[in-house]
Design a protein around this ligand. Sequence first.
Ligand code: PMP
Length: 416
Amino acid sequence: MGQGTENDAQLNRPLASFDASRAAIAEAGRRLPGGVSSNFRYGIAPTPLVFERADGPWLFDIDGNRLIDYYLGMGPMILGHTPPAVLDAVREQLGRGILYGGQSRLEARAAELFCELVPCAEKLRFTSSGSEAVQAALALARAATGRHTVIDFEGHYHGWIPAGEVELLCWNDLAALETRLARGDVAAVIMEPAMCNAGAIHPAPGYLEGARAACSRHGTLLVFDEVITGFRLAPGGAQQLFGVTPDLATFGKCVASGFPVAAVAGRADLLDLFVSGNALHGGTYNANPASMAAALATLQALADGSVLQSIAPRGERLMQGLGQALREAGITAVVAGFPQIFHVGFGLTEPARDHRDLARLDRARYVRFCCELLARRVRALERGAWFLSAVHDDAVIEATIDAAFEAARAVAAEAG
Ligand code: PMP
């Protein structure tokens, strides 16, 4: 599709309205609390949306709007919404039945490829969500160490299930972590190796290496939560990109292009605690064959790194274009992170280094910017993250930047 066509489709049209979605959400609210099935889909301005279908980089809602999508299913759709190889593999598998209550050859093949790609992965267990993978990792860490306390970090997210005895520290502060670990009672340190749920913050130079060394020194297991970074920052995840290998890591999202597949992976001696009886793990839907077909096809597509490399220049162009749109409208903001996932922080003057810097975010104004973008048929997460896919081509990126210029001007005019 030519750039002109794409831009015409995006702009030069009346602003989009979402009345049908608003009405459908209100109606669904009679049976579904808030009209939704996850708290993270609730309370979104101007209304949570209701979709009819998706294709490539686009979502089609019930108001008849075609939206360029940067939610990407909250991250998983790195190959776009309708990746042909994944869909073919799933269709073929569905012809062979849905759920066996037993193993398939597919899951062994997916596990083999997974372990080839991910540095820490000697073995893994598939789960059905990232939240479960985190629970499994912490159960392994507690079983292995006989300790209970887990260190987590401000602003990091590891799923919706409470993790038990947890202490919070400020991320990227190595001295604080070293001091706490020296007490010798910590089972695991769990962190997003690049902070992506709040901000898109790089680890400070030496931080991951220092955390690795401190964990080893004090008998604590290092767990990287790669549910967002896995297969997105590099085929082997953030641990490959930054060259620091944790004892355990959790994955989800990009593993299977939107099918419910996640995993806990790591040292074989730790994963084997699931069979020695010290740690329990189950799940009716784990490694269901259609999802494993999706996982295998997705990992095959991502394995040689060329897909991620193709996203990089487009992500960089989008980061630069958004930054320029905001600057020219006089809006103070920082666009930072990685080309495959970055963060737009209104109110910041330099990239955040930790969660405390994010206290300065002008969240309300950013929500207004998202509403203006949505009116111009670009859907971006209100919390500031932008996910890129392999099918956000140059024309889609340029159309997004054009919409961002208009949206930024609209927000600036409002404030004035
Ligand atoms: N860990 C991280 C880093 C995440 O971003 C998420 C989901 N956003 C989870 C864990 C939980 O994954 P799920 O939603 O699949 O349970």
